[in-house]
Ligand binder design. Structure first.
Ligand code: GLV
Length: 324
């Protein structure tokens, strides 16, 4: 008998077909987001789950799904999964690192450039039929070339973002849980290790790329925003909850910093609607890894992990080896 799996959300049909060759697959073509109760109901007899960052895979879920052996998330982030509870229950957890590094680094730059140079704000002005003449001071933005880039969270994506800054002749300062090796710093445009607060004080443009955990909830709040230059921009491509969105809205509204570019939000997709009243913010719906090739690679990576986990092998991206 084939092992049983649930694919919690819609994914590429050919990846479903690939999984159907080895598993009895329950898939979710409608793409409805299942509640915790629905997930438990669907998974009580499943051996594995192909999950999405919008699914809450809680301790209660692990306890209820006694057959479950693997949770394979199609994302590099896995803060939607209680990994400690999975480990206690002997359930393997995997993510999809690396395959999205370059795509996500490209997107961080798209958001930085759009934010610094007021791309969406000026496009809205044009679309609204308000463009009557060219003015010397219309939509003045911040220079990117030759400025200082601050990166908080210098993992593989952070390093790929920093490397791109070579072409803009930027100085790079970064903060991370630990300092990179000299080779990694050289690769990342000779990035200089600093404290978080030094990065906030020194950088012209700050990009957040750190993983979310309760320890970094509201890591950037009113006090941290107050350290930033009044001309600075803040970009968040990491996770909602790292920034205190209410504090950021207050800072944007009083012009305490120049602008923000946000791909992730607290409580997304039900984000704080006050952002819509701020002209100095670029807002995108969590699309950092959204290219066909990156999303396909992520889907196949999650599938590889699930196939390995349910055939008794060590999955390539196992997050909790102590679960075995
Ligand atoms: C997307 O946010 C991911 O974690 O891959």
């Amino acid at each position: 008998m084939k092992p049983k799996i649930l694919i919690t959300r819609a994914i590429f049909p050919d990846v479903i077909q690939r999984l159907e060759k080895v598993f009895e697959v329950d898939s979710n073509i409608s793409d409805k987001i299942y509640s915790e109760a629905e997930l438990i109901e669907k998974c009580h007899d499943k051996d594995g789950i192909f999950s999405n960052p919008a699914d809450r895979i809680s301790a209660k879920f692990m306890q209820a799904c006694t057959q479950l052996k693997a949770v394979c998330n199609m994302a590099v982030g896995y803060n939607n999964i209680d990994v400690a509870a999975a480990t206690n229950a002997g359930i393997k957890v995997t993510n999809t690192p690396d395959v999205l590094n370059q795509t996500t680094a490209d997107f961080a730059w798209a958001l930085l450039m759009a934010t610094a140079r007021r791309v969406t704000e000026s496009e809205h002005f044009l679309r609204a039929g308000k463009w009557e003449k060219l003015t010397y001071d219309g939509f003045l933005g911040a220079d990117v070339y030759g400025s200082t880039l601050g990166i908080i969270g210098m993992g593989r994506i952070g390093q790929a973002i920093a490397r791109r800054s070579m072409g803009f002749d930027m100085k790079v300062v970064y903060h991370n849980r630990s300092q990179l090796t000299p080779e990694q710093e050289a690769y990342a445009n000779h990035a200089q290790y600093k404290s978080r607060d030094q990065v906030l004080q020194e950088a012209d443009h700050i990009i957040l790329v750190l993983p979310y955990s309760p320890a970094v909830h509201h890591y950037i709040g009113a006090a941290e925003i107050a350290l930033m230059k009044p001309t600075a921009t803040l970009i968040n491509i990491a996770r909602g909850g790292i920034v205190d969105d209410a504090a950021l809205i207050a800072a944007l509204q009083r012009g305490q910093i120049a602008a923000a570019g946000l791909d992730v939000f607290e409580n997304e997709p039900a984000f704080n609607q006050e952002f819509l009243n701020c002209t100095n913010v670029v807002l995108t719906p969590h699309i950092g890894s959204a290219t066909e090739s990156a999303r396909r690679a992520m889907a196949n990576c999650a599938a590889d992990n699930l196939i390995a986990a349910l055939s008794g092998k060590t999955p390539p991206n196992l997050l909790n080896p102590e679960s075995a």
